[in-house]
Design a protein around this ligand. Structure first.
Ligand SMILES: [Zn+2]
Length: 97
């Protein structure tokens, strides 16, 4: 397979990665808003949170981070692409756009 074809495959893969990244960010935004309003209500009723609820919240907050750490990687070398959006892999230099 030629380099050009390889690059196209990686770019297509990266499009999928970007799509998943957008979806998780939308999901996170919705969950955080719902969770926040729920917590405010809960706080008013009980005055404090139960241990189980604290644990559930921790899981909900950590899961998207884990997902992003797994998903947001270079399709060629697997390096994490960092918090800022780049159009090039910081490790192998693969052009992502
Ligand atoms: Zn790379």
């Amino acid at each position: 397979m030629s380099n050009k074809q390889d690059e196209k495959i990686f770019r297509d893969k990266f499009k999928g990665i970007q799509r998943r990244q957008k979806l998780i960010l939308i999901f996170v935004a919705i969950v955080y808003v719902v969770l926040l309003s729920y917590l405010i209500k809960f706080d008013e009723i009980l005055g404090q949170l139960s241990r189980e609820l604290e644990f559930a919240i921790a899981v909900i907050l950590i899961l998207p981070v884990v997902f992003i750490l797994i998903n947001w990687r270079c399709p060629k070398c697997g390096a994490f692409l960092g918090r800022k959006f780049t159009d090039q892999c910081p490790k192998c230099g693969l052009k992502l756009k």
